[in-house]
Design a protein around this ligand. Sequence first.
Ligand code: GDP
Length: 314
Amino acid sequence: MPAGVVAICGGIGGAKLALGLYRVLAPRALSVIVNCGDDFEHLGLRICPDLDTTLYTLAGLANTERGWGRRDETWAFMDALGSLGGPTWFRLGDKDVALHVERTRRLATGEPLSAIIAEFAARLGVNAAIAPMSDDPIRTRVGTPEGELDFQDYFVRLRCAPRITAVTFDGAAAAQPSPGAIAALGGARAIVICPSNPYLSIDPILAVPGMRALLRARGAPVIAVSPIVGGDAVKGPTAKIMRELGVPSTPAAIARHYAGLLDGFVLDARDQASARDFDCPVHVTDTLMKRLGDRERLAREVLTFASSLAQARY
Ligand code: GDP
């Protein structure tokens, strides 16, 4: 699979596979379209958690133990903020703050988010295109029995404890795909929906008007990798949300969630017994990405699967 691979991704789970793809593909062959429904304004700054996780991961700067932020961080800013009585529930390391300050400054001059991220990626030595799903503001909100919550209130402050009754994407109806997303999908030879949370990370991307049509436009095979392994999420609330929404927390339910989009599904070997529950071709393998080698192996297998699906069409 030489060029034109597009990864659709959220934060931690998605960025793991995006890194695998990045490392096994030729320079510039990968484009990553990233969720920005969890972006928010905090301390006067625009924070883009999934975009930044992807950027730091591909740049080799991510803190892989924590799963967010940069490695080799210092915390002088947070400590000083706390001593002044400021809000410290959303942790921001010193180097990370520099990125938020610079992004916010440039956004205030009218520059689009996608241009800023593209330049950050180039400056940090990333040889892949990283594009927000849209330059327009889209904000994920979760419905709970106690009322609606902003995404980061739910995700970080309340640690995903409230029961979710609905997920909405404010602003999505008026948004457009970013120029980077349009360009990436226009040249796509294979599209990989990474093992991200379908409800909180992938749905906001698919909610941008025109995005689903762009995904299907070139006839490139679309493959999803299961974020459910052994009947549960590896990390985070994916399985919990599925149960709360009355959906079985199974890989087949994830595939049904992406109905109309998928040409293939990558199923974890621990869930092999469910392989017959799918309407599309399935590739069964170990999808747990603990080490770098796991990410590269899974990326190679996903690309080989995509090639086989593309060839089967002709
Ligand atoms: P977030 O925005 O930081 O929550 O990250 P994502 O939405 O990108 O990823 C969350 C999903 O990644 C969860 O459903 C996890 O089960 C899944 N995930 C995390 N690590 C792995 C892994 O190694 N393999 C697979 N298959 N899924 C993973």
